[in-house]
Design a protein around this ligand. Structure first.
Ligand SMILES: Nc1ncnc2c1ncn2[C@@H]1O[C@H](COP(=O)(O)OP(=O)(O)OP(=O)(O)O)[C@@H](O)[C@H]1O
Ligand SMILES: [Mg+2]
Length: 240
């Protein structure tokens, strides 16, 4: 992005990276990708092309097949500091028998140091309360996850990540299963959070029209090739 001063360092930087599960058969190659503080970058592409795999690789859950993945100025496999990266997985990863509060506190505790390891800090509790509230889940605070609808569970996963106060959010289809009104509420609460904290977001979004409406840039993973590659364009350029 040409309007970003050269003194600003990217939060995420990928150079000549290939990703996938088999050394000899990479799913996607990414020659160059940088995400800067405050940016929202969307990723689209057909089912099975490797979008979730890309998020898992940037999050440090999966080793790249080749190349360098740098997040918050640390190169894989260096560990990120707790709370630096927030991940909203496609499969949510919630503890089903535990309450909304318990699940959101897992994020809050990861992002807020506690003086006592066994007790949550007051900042962590305040952060959990506020993110449960912005996701419209106050009435469900003490409910176990298994008693919530699919859309409510998705909002819990978003609340858990916002409570963590990360510098970058990896969001995998976090707006799926939501009605139009709830989707707008979740999106605007997440963008508000990002603006306040100058955080960045990399979001997998299968609805391209929606991605263009909120993202600064759109990456398309094209599987019309043996080794698909990422084409980059600005949301402004592709708007009709
Ligand atoms: N743990 C794994 N081991 C081996 N192959 C995997 C694993 N997880 C996913 N894959 C394969 O990698 C490919 C890409 O999967 P991925 O989940 O990244 O796709 P996606 O673009 O996120 O798809 P969708 O839009 O359906 O969520 C698929 O062919 C899938 O079967
Ligand atoms: Mg996926």
């Amino acid at each position: 992005m040409s309007d970003i001063p050269s003194s600003v360092k990217p939060i995420v930087r990928l150079k000549d990276v290939s990703i996938g599960y088999e050394l000899a058969n990479p799913l996607v190659t990414i020659p160059d990708l940088q995400i800067y503080p405050g940016e929202i970058v969307a990723i689209a592409g057909p089912s099975g092309v490797g979008k979730t795999t890309l998020l898992r690789t940037i999050s440090g859950l999966l080793q790249p097949i080749s190349g360098e993945v740098e997040v918050c100025e640390k190169i894989f496999p260096s560990k990120l500091n707790r709370g630096e990266l927030g991940y909203i997985p496609q499969k949510l990863g919630l503890i089903r028998h535990a309450s909304v509060w318990h699940n959101v506190m897992l994020g809050a505790n990861a992002g807020h140091k506690s003086a006592w390891n066994i007790f949550p800090s007051s900042e962590a509790r305040a952060s959990a309360m506020s993110s449960i509230s912005v996701m419209g889940l106050e009435q469900k605070t003490n409910e176990p996850i298994r008693r919530l609808s699919g859309g409510q569970q998705r909002r819990v996963a978003t609340a858990r990540t916002l409570a963590q106060c990360p510098k970058i959010i990896m969001a995998d289809e976090f707006l799926s299963e939501l009605d139009e009104e709830t989707m707008k509420m979740v999106l605007s609460a997440t963008i508000d959070y990002m603006r306040k904290n100058n955080s960045s977001m990399l979001v997998v979004e299968h609805d391209i029209t929606r991605a263009k409406s909120f993202a600064d840039r759109l990456l398309v993973i094209d599987d019309g090739r043996v080794n698909p590659f990422i084409t980059e364009t600005t949301a402004m350029e592709v708007k009709v």
